[in-house]
Design a protein around this ligand. Structure first.
Ligand SMILES: Cn1cncc1C[C@H](NC(=O)CCN)C(=O)O
Ligand SMILES: [Zn+2]
Ligand SMILES: [Zn+2]
Length: 484
């Protein structure tokens, strides 16, 4: 789609040619990886075995490249029902340790979201299927494709018998979709070990905002996840026998959930907007520069109307303002049909996407105070319990870091264009943990297009994105070496 501004010369040209010539092999390996049902979300032993197999395949692939690979044992996951399941080992791998070269560490994950063909897939989610240059399959874009693109880039230098321009490290986990269990602990433990020689961290686990224009991601929102339980008793009631004489838990809960956000998207919790980073003129200009066709975005999302009409407002509300979403009600009657039940105990679930400079414990207090106030006004005899079950920090990049410059140059070489400098509305918790714990520069360099459908039916990565992405990583290694 894009032609490079000036043809790459010498080594880079050889590398690009190799990647083009071997693209079917690269797609074949992706096919083998997609065939592994490495679902970390459903806590069942069969799938944990698949995850184990997935990590084994990746370890073998890295060993074949000559990497030193550690499969770090991370113990067990305790489930609420008392069962425990093994957590797949985390891969820590290393290729090269030349003190004259910078050391770039790639983080990725090989676990995937659940996928069943009945959910609305046209093709079997675990059989990679190519249609019109689109490689359909669960995990193709999130995150097996990008992990392999990095490996393809490294393997190309090896295959050409060329010296790697940088030292490479890998952190590859298998529990990202379940909240990266055990990873934070491992990062802390290896701070002075594995991570001591790391200069830069690259994550490729989000998408462009465009179908065509590559992007660099400069920030992600955090998340605070709440459960609000309203309980009368543990058992359900019959509305014929008890309807009319009870404070119904569901009525309390619906009022509580209904008090959180208004129809214009504004969060109604007092104080929640008190600690937002001010919008600067420079920041405003970044939204203007982004390649986003609002109509196309709206149509491809199959939404009649968004809350905001301009590109700038839309992006700001996705990336740099908090938002509150109501996710579900545990214990509610939700099946088809008409059942005359009064649920005895219900749990409402909602979360707030956090942005700089919101403080997680302040948000927690504000939410609890607000819900206490709304509940007390109802004078209900039920019991309300609020808990925050996740507190994930927002992350902002330092885009003046060398690696952002190197990535921009590599994008220019491969795609012949400047990247969109974007943020992402979702949360990649490990970014902030890396930044805070090992105190090294973190960059997000996504490969997938806006319509890849992560977590959704018909997830895909375009062959073009996968192959040009492999070139992008190779070009990035060379640019990093030049800057060091
Ligand atoms: C599990 N979880 C609960 N709160 C936040 C998360 C992470 C999740 N992360 C992604 O989706 C990454 C997208 N590339 C999200 O942002 O919802
Ligand atoms: Zn992911
Ligand atoms: Zn995901």
């Amino acid at each position: 789609m894009f032609s490079p501004s000036s043809p790459p010369t010498g080594l880079l040209e050889k590398v690009f040619q190799y990647i083009d010539l071997h693209q079917d092999e690269f797609v074949q390996t992706l096919k083998e990886w997609v065939a592994v049902e490495s679902d970390s979300v459903q806590p069942v032993l069969r799938l944990r075995r698949e995850l184990l197999r997935m990590m084994g395949l990746a370890a073998d692939r890295l060993r074949n490249l000559g990497a030193h690979v550690d499969l770090v044992d991370t113990g067990f996951q305790q489930l609420p029902d008392g069962q425990s399941l093994p957590i797949p080992p985390i891969i820590l791998a290393e290729l090269g340790n030349d003190p004259k070269k910078p050391t770039v560490c790639f983080y990725g994950h090989l676990d995937v979201q659940p996928a069943r063909q009945e959910d609305g897939w046209v093709t079997d989610p675990h059989t990679l299927t190519e249609v019109d240059g689109k490689l359909y399959g669960r995990g193709t874009t999130d995150n097996k494709g990008p992990v392999l693109a990095w490996i393809n880039a490294v393997s190309t230098f090896r295959a050409l018998d060329e010296d790697l321009p940088v030292n490479i490290k890998f952190v590859i986990e298998g529990m990202e979709e379940a909240g990266s269990l055990a990873l934070e602990e491992l990062v802390q433990k290896e701070k002075a070990g594995f991570f001591s020689s790391v200069d830069y961290i690259v994550i490729s686990d989000n998408l462009w905002i465009s179908r065509r224009t590559p992007a660099l991601t400069c920030g992600t929102r955090g998340n605070s996840y709440f459960m609000v339980e309203v309980k009368c008793r543990d058992q359900d009631f019959h509305s014929g026998t008890f309807g009319g004489i009870l404070n119904e838990p569901m009525a309390d809960l619906v009022a509580l959930l209904g008090s959180l956000v208004d129809s214009s998207g504004r969060i109604l919790i007092p104080g929640i907007y008190d600690h937002l980073a001010p919008v600067t003129e420079e920041e405003k200009r970044t939204y203007e520069a982004i390649d986003l066709d609002l109509e196309e975005y709206r149509n491809s999302s199959q939404v009649k109307k968004f809350l905001f009409d301009t590109k700038e407002e839309l992006l700001m509300h996705l990336w740099r303002y908090p938002s509150l979403s109501i996710h579900g009600i545990e214990g509610a009657f939700h099946e088809p049909g008409a059942k005359t039940v009064i649920p005895g105990r219900v749990i409402g679930k909602f979360s707030i996407r956090l942005v700089p400079h919101m403080n997680i414990s302040v948000v927690e207090k504000q939410v609890k105070q607000h819900l206490d106030y709304i509940f007390s006004k109802r004078n209900s005899s039920n019991q309300m319990t609020v808990s925050m079950t996740l507190g994930l920090h927002p992350w902002v990049a330092n885009i003046r870091d060398n690696q952002y410059l190197a990535a921009k140059r590599a994008i220019k070489t491969v795609f012949g264009t400047e990247p969109d400098m974007i943020r992402d509305g979702s949360t990649i918790p490990i970014a902030k943990i890396f930044q805070g714990t090992i105190r090294k520069s973190v960059m997000m360099l996504p490969l997938g297009a806006v319509d890849d459908g992560e977590h959704s039916q018909k997830e895909k990565i375009n062959r073009w994105n996968y192959i040009e992405g492999s070139k992008l990583f190779a070009a990035f290694f060379l640019e990093m070496a030049k800057l060091h």
